[in-house]
Design a protein around this ligand. Structure first.
Ligand code: NAP
Ligand code: MG
Length: 492
């Protein structure tokens, strides 16, 4: 029996409808809750506590007292061990966490079990390894007999605000480096998918991470997220989400000169040259847009194909796309699940309609899919006859919709790829190694994949150029965003 089958057959362990503050379950102010839904069945999963600004105050207090108390007394090496233990504990419960993620988000159990959860574990272990290796420097100075050194200190209380597409993974990208650097965290998960974040915080306590180090306050975006961004007790906000909300957060955070990292939207170009391995490129273009239902910030949603290979590549891609049928996310063979919500599916379909009105042709898909009469499924969609200036080629759709655009030569490919307000990621497919590197150097994107797409690694920094955000998550670079550098001069 495969792991995905086992996960799907478990009874999910659901958290209570409470907030996780100071190492325990507490009621939200007025005991407010909201219902979280399984988008594949349209059925309620359970109630989730809905925090208020006063609850955010309580969470920040708990985080601050842990910061100045138990967590400060915990040595860097011990912090590393605790984060590693959390990874081990999650690995023991991987089937249950994968199941709950799939129920809440609609993504295939195959993805939750074999990609999301292993990547969370890997991210925790990667930063566990950093905890006791974050060092300052001693610096040579111009004056005599003076010693200068730098200390790397935690920023303080980190407010993490995360989206619904990779709920636990994008939380781990923030929580793991934040804790490794000695910070404490108040986390607001996306309202559509709050369950695994609550479970992770409880697990953190079980492995011995002190109360108040990780607190979780689900609730309304502007109410809870806004209270966090404005809060004087929070030193840094780490946000992943839409560019629109990110811009609002940047404005609000400016009042308190709060540290801020923003991982925002994208409309990433995937460029296929005629000299590439077209089978591999067709598969890469397919995975680049349809993996994760296309609800992926770095999805390769603009496919540029060199004219000489255009028809052949499209034929391969469309044949592959037509074999991909949306299905029950709990079935281990399903590779395309339900979009996360009715709103999201309606918004994706509205984008497709807009494209059609602009003159694009629907080569395949373009409609909702019927999976046993329930859920927010959609047929994977490819549009042709698209011009890069059309709204459908410029606006982030965040669903299984690909636009395809022909080009002639590398200069035009680069110009078209860079003609976007976004700059999160890009793909390049060619057998010409020199051209691959030249094009990679010219692309305005935080990540470039050559002859592959959608690869991530805890050790490799990820983030955006232009309106895709600022700051980098993952890798050594993320540590800079979770530490302050203090310079100490020692006199004679
Ligand atoms: P979103 O609407 O911007 O929400 C993201 C988070 O912000 C949620 O927790 C949301 O809470 C909260 N929020 C909403 N309004 C807020 C406000 N005024 N102040 C503070 N927080 C607020 O984005 P989404 O629809 O969840 O996610 C999709 C977007 O995320 C896409 O644009 C995608 O490209 C981007 N994304 C980027 C990356 C990356 O690494 N660059 C990764 C994944 C996703 P509620 O859930 O309660 O509304
Ligand atoms: Mg849900």
């Amino acid at each position: 029996m495969s792991g995905a089958t086992e996960a799907a057959e478990l009874q999910p362990q659901l958290p209570p409808a409470k907030l996780w503050i100071g190492g325990e379950w507490v009621e939200s102010e007025g005991n407010r809750t909201f219902t979280t839904e399984n988008p594949a069945t349209e059925e309620a999963i359970c109630e989730v506590a809905s925090a208020s600004a006063a609850d955010v105050d309580r969470a920040v207090e708990a985080a601050r007292s842990a910061l100045e108390g138990d967590w400060r007394k915990t040595s860097a090496r011990e912090r590393g061990k605790l984060i590693w233990r959390l990874a081990d504990a999650l690995e023991e419960r991987i089937q249950d966490f994968a199941l709950v993620e799939t129920l809440d988000n609609g993504k295939p159990i195959f993805e939750s079990r074999y990609v999301d959860m292993p990547s969370v574990i890997d991210c925790l272990r990667y930063y566990a390894g950093w905890a006791d290796k974050i060092t300052g420097e001693t610096l040579p100075l111009s004056g005599p007999m003076v010693l200068n050194y730098t200390l790397r200190e935690p920023v303080g209380v980190v407010g993490a605000i995360t989206p619904w597409n990779f709920p636990l993974l994008l939380a781990a990208w923030k929580i793991a480096p934040a804790l490794a650097c000695g910070n404490t965290v108040v986390h607001k998960p996306a309202s559509l998918t709050a369950l695994t974040a609550l479970k992770l915080a409880e697990l953190a306590s079980e492995v011995g991470i002190p109360p108040g180090v990780l607190n979780v306050v689900p609730g309304g975006g502007s109410e809870v997220g806004g209270a966090m961004v404005a809060h004087e007790g929070i030193n840094k906000i780490a946000f992943t989400g839409s560019t629109e909300v990110g811009v609002g957060i940047a404005k609000l955070a400016a009042d308190s000169v709060k540290r801020l990292s923003l991982e925002l939207g994208g409309k990433s170009p995937n460029i296929v040259f005629a000299d590439s391995d077209l089978d591999a490129a067709a598969k890469g273009a397919f995975n680049g847009i349809f993996y994760g239902k296309g609800e992926v910030c770095a999805a390769g949603s603009r496919l540029f194909v060199e004219r000489a290979a255009h028809d052949e590549l499209l034929e391969k891609l469309i044949a592959r796309t037509e074999r991909l049928q949306p299905g029950d996310p709990l079935h281990p063979k399903t590779r395309l699940g339900s979009l996360v919500s009715k709103n999201q599916r309606d918004s994706v379909l509205a984008h497709v309609e807009k494209g059609r009105a602009e003159g694009a042709e629907i080569a395949t898909g373009g409609v909702a899919a019927n999976v046993e009469g329930k859920g927010y499924f959609m047929q994977p969609t490819v549009l042709t006859g698209v011009d890069n200036s059309m709204a459908i080629a410029q606006e982030e759709i965040f669903g299984p919709v690909l636009v395809t655009i022909p080009f002639d030569g590398p200069e035009e490919a680069v110009a078209l790829a860079n003609a976007s307000v976004y700059g999160l990621a890009a793909g390049v497919w060619t057998r010409d190694i020199g051209k691959a590197h030249r094009v990679a150097a010219q692309l305005e994107a935080g990540t470039v994949w050559i002859n592959q797409y959608n690869w991530y690694d805890a050790g490799a920094p990820f983030g955006g150029y232009k309106r895709s955000g600022y700051g980098r998550e993952l890798g050594r670079q993320a540590l800079d965003h979770y530490t302050e550098t203090k310079t100490v001069f020692v006199g004679k």
